[in-house]
Structures are given as C-alpha cells and as structure tokens.
Design a protein around this ligand. Structure first.
Ligand code: ALA
Length: 479
C-alpha cells in the first residue's frame, strides 16, 4: 500500500468545481436567516435545560455562568475556523471536506466517521432526553405510560418503593423516526418547521430570563465560586473549568450549519453568519439563563434534580410556566434532532459521492431531492441507540466526537494558511495562529476532562471505522 495515497488531498479548486448531476444535486433553498435559525435549532436543547443545574450542583455553583462563557469562547475559536472553511469550501461534507483539502483522504475518513458521534449519536442523546421530559409531561396530566417502555435496559427508577427496570425507550425511537420522515420530505419543509420551533424555544428562554429576573435572591450568589472541596473538580476554579466541559454539550450544533452549505443560496457570504450568528445569540442567552436559574434557587438544590428548570420556577409566582416550559423543551428538542440528523446525512452524502461509502448514501429521492435512503438507515441506527443505550454514555460520546472534529478543523486552518495563503476566502479567521491554536488547546482540555470510558469508546469506534475504510473506502475511492 502506498503511504502517499493515504494522504492524497483534493485541491480546493477541484472541490469547488465538483458539481453533481441533476439526480444527485441538493436544492439551494436556505438564506442567511434560515441558516442562523438552523444553528439555533441545533444548539438550544438538552444541554441548557438539563445540564445547567447538574454543572452548577456538582462543579461550578453559581459560577456556571463562567463555565458557559469559557465553553462559549472555546466554541467561538472553533466556530471562527469553521466559518473560514465554510465560506471557502461550501460543501455538505463540512469538516470531512475541509480535512480532505488539507490533510488528505485518510484523515478525512477519520473525521467523517467521527462526525457520526456528533450528529447521529448526538441525535440519540437528545431523543433520550426528549423521552424523559415526555414522561414528566405525562406525569402532570396523570397519564400512565409503562415506565419499562420509556427507558433503556441499563436504567431503572423507583416508584413507591418498587424498582422498575427499563426494556426499551419507545418514545425516543418514535421521535427519531418522526424527525427522519420530515427530513425526507424536504430541506425547505424541515427549515420551516425548525423556524417555528426556534421561535417557540427562544421565546420561552427569554420569558424565563425576563420573568425570573425580579425574583432572583442575591443570597444564592454567595459564594459565587464555592470553595474547592479538596477534590480536583469539586468547585473552585478547577470546578468551573470542568463545568465548562460538561456544558460544552449545550453548544454542539452550530457547526451543523456548515453541512447545509450545498443547500444555501449564497454560501460564501451566509455561512459565516449562520455559524457565528447562531453561536453568539445562544451564548448570550445561555449566560443570562444560567444567571437567572442559579439566582432563583441555591445551586445545591439542583443536585439529583431531574427537572432543574421547573425547580427554579417554583420560586416565582409563575407556576403555570412549568408546564409551558416542558412543552417548549419537547418541541425544542425536536429541532435539535432534526438538524443533527440533517447534518449526519449530508456528511455521508459527501463521503459517498467521493466513493468512500456505498452509493446508497448519496442516492436522492426523485421528487424531494433529499438523501432519503440514508435518512432511513440513520433512523434505524439512531433509533437503536436511543432505544437501548443510557443517556450518559451517548452524551459523552457526542462531546468527545465533536471536540475531536473541532480540533481537526482548527489544525486544518493552520495548514491551509501555510499551503494555500493565496486561495480566495470570503471570511478569514482573525488572529491566526492564535485563534486556531487556542481552539485546539481549549478543546483538548475539554476532551481531557471526559471520563476514561469515553476515550475507550472513541478508540473502539475509530477502530471499526478503520476496518471499514480499508475493506471498502480505499478500494472504491474516486480520487
Ligand atoms: N446543543 C444541543 C443540545 O444541547 C446538542 O441539545
């Protein structure tokens, strides 16, 4: 095997020139507004509504706001690098395509395979959280759906002293299949649904901030950074940084905008807006949301609390808001699943167009022009994860996979500035090499903060990917 072949790159010019025939062409329907809402649709979800309380209670205290700022800055470094690439190589493959242009086929394969963890496994994570909030809504209305059918076999709950073990998480499967069907129907239709959901969830987040603000109890902010307990990540500054790694999940999704590049009307100009605009809006909302939440209730009260937002609302006169927020959360999670599944099918579409994956992944529906077979296969794959795997396992796999992709995109910008300083870029990452190097550093730190088990799973997933690459991808590569 020729080692040089493994690292053969595709030139920027060739990638830009590539134009699929009509039966493989995605439709260009998205403007800058839709790209920003697509980003927000993917970003605001399980992270802010479930992890804020957990990070405050276990690691950061009220300083979870600082954790959000740190994670947001880390994502901004990576986001700026994504924006340069997305304006330069507006292709559905996103980080996969950027790596192909800079580090060659082998690394591109690794990153394409790794993105399954971010997009497909990420969608499974949010589907499982969706099921949890659904059971809360059922609870409000005294609807009794068997708990065994709402949990994976590795989870259990205690009801009236009786331990109930899960069998399958059916609601998580249901929502995965439903979102896949909407995606098959068309990107524009999906974007319309996404816009409605984004309007709803942003309204609810703003309402929480505005209504909650006057009920903040300043005593809850003392001490703002609780003293470290002697254990590395238990409060103090080390806790604040670990909290940043935990809430990082809440930011995942802004990069999914880049996978819609081939469906954007004016990708060179609009991609940076979509990526950086959605990230900036969500960072501001997150910090304010976390500030109000930890001001309404002592961070200690969030320990082990399954619905921390509802708990915080109890300290306001707006109890009705508890049900409303659960409904908004349920709708909000749908758009996260939708955009992550969209991103997944688009990355595999690009890999399949390059011959690294079978043609089934780039075969488009004759009428809807969406990769429907790929959508169906991923509905099954994600559905299986959502049905049978516990949420912590899939959540941490999503974070490690995403961080790995961000690091490679930052490295890619450094390489391309050296190799092709002249290539036209509609958007340039500022302060290179500072920004990409910081992006790499912050993401590496957050990866380091994840448990060893997650690292082992990452290695196993990558090993499976390598086997597939050497059995199929390498032999069928069109490069
Ligand atoms: N950022 C997305 C969420 O928090 C993945 O649900």
């Amino acid at each position: 095997m020729n080692k040089k072949d493994l690292f053969r790159t595709k030139s920027i010019e060739d990638i830009i020139k590539e134009s699929p025939d009509d039966s493989h062409k995605l439709k260009r329907t998205l403007g800058s507004f839709n790209l920003v809402t697509l980003g927000i649709g993917a970003i605001i979800g399980a992270g802010i509504f479930s992890l804020t309380g957990l990070a405050a209670a276990n690691y950061s205290g009220p300083a979870v706001t600082i954790s959000f700022i740190i994670a947001g800055i880390g994502c901004a470094f990576a986001g700026l690098c994504y924006a340069e690439f997305a304006s330069m190589l507006p292709k559905a493959g996103s980080a996969y395509t950027y790596s192909f242009a800079t580090m060659g086929e082998f690394i591109a394969w690794i990153i394409g395979w790794d993105l399954v963890l971010e997009y497909a496994v990420g969608a499974a994570t949010v589907a499982i959280s969706w099921s949890r909030y659904l059971s809360k809504l059922f609870h409000f209305y005294n609807i009794n759906f068997p708990a065994q059918l709402m949990m994976s076999p590795f989870e259990s709950i205690t009801v009236d002293g009786e331990v109930i073990h899960g069998i399958i998480n059916l609601p998580a499967v249901f929502i995965t299949v439903l979102m896949s069907l909407i995606l098959i129907r068309g990107t524009q239709e999906s974007a319309k649904l996404n816009n409605i959901i984004v309007a709803l969830k942003v309204t609810v987040v703003l309402a929480f901030i505005i209504l909650g603000w006057s009920y903040i109890n300043p005593d809850n902010y003392v001490p703002y950074i609780p003293e470290n307990t002697g254990k590395f990540e238990n409060f103090g500054w080390t806790g604040v940084f670990t909290g940043a790694a935990v809430v990082f999940f809440a930011f995942i999704g802004f990069d999914a905008v880049s996978t819609a590049a081939q469906e954007a009307k004016n990708p060179q100009k609009d991609m940076p807006w979509g990526i950086l605009g959605s990230l900036a809006i969500c960072t501001i909302l997150y910090v304010l949301f976390a500030h109000v939440m930890t001001g309404l209730e002592s961070y200690k009260a969030f320990a082990g609390e399954a619905a921390p937002v509802a708990r915080a609302i109890e300290n306001t006169p707006y109890k009705f808001f508890q049900q409303l927020i659960i409904i908004a959360i349920l709708a909000g999670y749908c758009s996260v699943i939708l955009v992550l599944l969209l991103g997944q099918s688009r990355v595999f579409y690009s890999m399949s167009r390059d011959g690294l994956l079978p043609p089934i992944f780039s075969s488009l529906h004759p009428k809807f022009k969406t990769p429907w077979k790929s959508n169906i296969l991923f509905a099954i794959f994600v559905g299986l994860f959502a049905a049978f795997v516990p949420v912590t396992v899939v959540g941490e796999m999503t974070s490690i996979g995403t961080l790995f992709a961000f690091i490679l995109v930052c490295i890619g910008v450094l390489i391309l500035r050296k190799k092709r300083p002249d290539a036209p870029r509609a958007f340039r990452t500022p302060w290179v090499p500072f920004v990409p190097v910081m992006g790499i550093g912050v993401c590496l730190y957050m990866m380091y903060a994840l448990p060893v088990d997650t690292w082992i799973r990452l290695v196993i997933w990558m090993a499976i990917g390598l086997v597939i690459y050497f059995i199929y991808g390498r032999k069928h590569s069109k490069i």
